[in-house]
Design a protein around this ligand. Structure first.
Ligand code: MN
Length: 331
């Protein structure tokens, strides 16, 4: 075991700096953390997403930060990534775990860095965003998923993976009209899910809306503008099953989903416009024997970081322009 490893033989995600012990984000631009949590299991054939953070880190060892297809960008020339390790969830104690996730996330949001969570089931997204609203920010959410995840509960568990967006509809600091359920499709959704979204005032962009739009990049802008209306920041939450099962063959069998090109392009274009943080959830290493969804996590994070680099450069440029303008008006 080396000090560089996050634990055991598991490396930091994409070669990030290990900040799991001191939690010090000085000199770090973006922070990765894991939420090895699986709550209520809604369908027994797919279980084990608490293994997600570990397997995503193991798979990430294969990749650099170089993306020839994005103007030959080398992400780690621009970004220092820090790996903060995993949240110490408490198996079988949902309330304590939600509380711990919220606490951990609070410190992350206070750091002001670009925050990336690796799930875990989708239930983790609620306490992460709840912590963000507790900082006083009004939040919009771009939710990329085949499913609404907005049912009131799973049996008695109101923090189950099918319910985070119902909890977020009820959350004071989230603007429901700025929740954009994007890529929704397929009969694993229940009829009440669409009705719940509508009643809450949330926006639905189905897979057919995406497929039939002439320009994917323009659509990403439109989605972002909707999410950004009348809020302080936009959060991005991605469930692996928004991908078609042809592109996510170890995941749940959701047909008519996004291609990997479509998902990565949406992530890149959305992050170019500025998101405060994101998560990627619901990979199932026990069912996905080649770890394909876990490998793809590296792609998603790299495309998000590529977008964040452009966003940062644009912000720096505009603040320089403002300074020049102020200087010109004072002399
Ligand atoms: Mn889903």
């Amino acid at each position: 075991m080396t000090e560089q490893n996050i634990y055991g033989n598991t490396p930091c995600f994409l070669g990030a700096k290990n900040i799991s012990k001191d939690k010090n984000t000085d000199g770090v631009d973006a922070v990765i953390y894991g939420v090895p949590w699986e709550g209520a299991v809604t369908w027994g054939d797919y279980t084990g997403c608490e293994l997600g953070p570990k397997v995503m880190r193991l798979c990430s060892g294969r990749y650099s930060g170089y993306l020839p297809e994005l103007d030959h960008i080398d992400i780690f020339e621009h970004i220092q990534l820090g790996d903060m390790g995993d949240i110490d969830v408490v198996p079988a104690d949902v309330y304590e775990t939600m509380h711990r996730i919220e606490n951990f996330a609070k410190n992350l949001w206070n750091s002001g860095k670009f925050i990336i969570g690796l799930g875990g089931d989708h239930g983790v997204t609620f306490p992460i965003i709840k912590a963000l609203t507790n900082t006083g920010k009004k939040v919009g959410i771009i939710h990329l998923d085949a499913h609404y995840d907005n049912l009131p509960s799973w049996k008695d568990d109101e923090y189950a993976r099918c319910s985070p967006f119902k909890r977020l509809y009820e959350c004071e600091g989230v603007r429901n009209e700025s929740i954009i359920h994007t890529g929704i499709h397929g009969p694993r959704n229940e009829p009440q899910a669409g009705r719940n979204a509508k009643a809450a005032g949330a926006v639905t962009i189905t897979i057919n809306d995406i497929r039939e739009s002439k320009d994917l990049r323009a659509l990403a802008k439109e989605i972002y503008q909707k999410a950004h209306a009348d809020v302080d920041c936009v959060y991005l939450s991605i469930c692996s099953d928004v991908l078609d099962f042809a592109f996510n063959p170890g995941g749940p069998v959701d047909g008519n989903g996004l291609t990997s090109y479509e998902l990565l392009t949406l992530v890149y274009e959305i992050c170019k416009l500025g998101v405060i943080g994101m998560d990627f959830v619901e990979v199932y290493p026990q069912q996905d024997l080649s770890y394909r969804s876990a490998h793809f996590a590296s792609y998603i994070v790299l495309y998000a970081l590529a977008g964040e680099i452009i966003n940062k450069q644009r912000k720096q440029l505009s603040s320089q322009e403002n300074q020049i303008h102020e200087h010109a008006t004072t002399v």
